[in-house]
Design a protein around this ligand. Structure first.
Ligand code: AQP
Length: 332
């Protein structure tokens, strides 16, 4: 059976981008057709300036939201990365296969390092090596597929390179995974800066729709989305990024096609209004279930405990095999 691995990073409140680009597909499709693991990748949240209590809070919230979005622990494994030591164990071994040049070429590293420097902070070494830990996350489980938004496709490409290189040098150990990217909703852009991805740790609050935003807040953010001075509604990602983003969000929420939808609207006002309502409707069931789950924190904890146990049992044989293959003496 196909095995799928993906994750969310508790660096901020989860956004509409996380939902349309990833979580919705995990719940509606992946968990039903494949042996799926979904991970709150909390170690990755330590790669940038962080507040310990906030990361803990966001990790719990992300787990609750994954379940609220429809992940079913009977169908898939939901767990927290730091609860399974195999990720860190394998990451070190893969650092011995990766090169620093590869790390420095990663687009997300360049962007995030620049952002940290612009904020006057220093860049953590773990930000540079982050893609290796991500490779370990994936390879430890022998995942065949990694469903991600297209912002993560480069990291999955690197994971493939590392798996192939390791297998060639030390003998076949890892399944070589591939990224699967949803067609519409693969890249939801910031409503205020439509050339930038809607990212949960960005500073631009009004440009980001959070999954737990109240309907009125969602409507306000979308009605104030940046468009342009054009009078007609045209779908053109390059020349008209603001309207294109709204059309893609609307298409993703309603199952339509952005290009066809552009012909339906004569004004940005009407497009924004329908987009806002479509988003409110998509988020409503997630918010309702989240509220219910918050009344039973013991349930979420239990899901994470069982998930970690299952994940550990799946990862350990592969990581042990990698240790042996690369030349480490097994513990007696
Ligand atoms: N804007 C987006 N559009 C489509 N997909 C997105 N994803 C994230 N943002 C968008 C997808 O959501 C999954 C989980 O993402 P992540 O938590 O690993 O973090 P990320 O990709 O680094 O996203 P963020 O929200 O921008 O976090 P920060 O700001 O901390 O970097 C992934 O499948 C991702 O592709």
């Amino acid at each position: 059976m196909t095995r799928v691995f993906s994750g969310v990073k508790p660096t901020g409140h989860l956004t509409l981008g996380n939902y349309l680009g990833a979580m919705r597909q995990w719940a509606a499709v992946d968990q039903h057709r494949a042996e799926s693991l979904f991970c709150i990748v909390d170690l990755h949240a330590l790669t940038v300036d962080h507040d310990p209590a906030r990361v803990r809070r966001l990790s719990r919230q992300a787990a609750t939201l994954l379940l609220a979005a429809g992940l079913d622990p009977e169908l898939c494994t939901v767990f927290v990365q730091s609860h399974v030591d195999e990720h860190a164990r394998l990451s070190y071994v893969l650092e011995c296969v990766a090169t620093d040049g590869e790390m420095r070429r990663m687009i997300q590293y360049k962007e995030k390092a620049a952002r940290e420097r612009a904020r006057g902070g220093s860049v953590r070494l773990s930000l540079l090596t982050y893609p290796v830990l991500m490779a370990a996350d994936i390879l430890a489980y022998g995942a065949d597929e990694v469903p991600v938004g297209d912002d993560q496709a480069q990291h999955v490409e690197l994971t493939r390179d590392l798996a192939v290189r390791f297998n060639q040098r030390y003998g076949y150990t890892f399944v070589v995974p591939r990224a699967t990217v949803p067609h519409v909703g693969a890249r939801v852009m910031n409503l205020q800066e439509p050339l930038a991805k809607m990212g949960k740790s960005d500073d631009s609050g009004p440009g980001i729709v959070y999954l737990l935003d109240e309907p009125e807040v969602v409507r306000r953010k979308i009605m104030r989305a940046v468009t342009d001075s054009g009078r007609d509604v045209v779908y053109d990602r390059e020349a008209r990024p603001g309207p294109a983003n709204l059309l893609e969000i609307l298409a993703s929420c309603t199952g339509g096609n952005p290009s066809e939808l552009s012909g339906v609207y004569e004004s940005y006002g009407a497009l924004k209004k329908d987009t806002a309502e479509a988003v409110v409707e998509v988020l409503r069931p997630v918010q309702e279930t989240h509220k219910e789950l918050c009344t039973d924190p013991g349930y979420v904890e239990g899901v994470l405990r069982d998930g970690a146990e299952r994940a550990r049992a799946m990862a350990r044989p592969t990581v042990d095999a990698a240790y042996r293959a690369i030349g480490l003496l097994p513990a007696a």
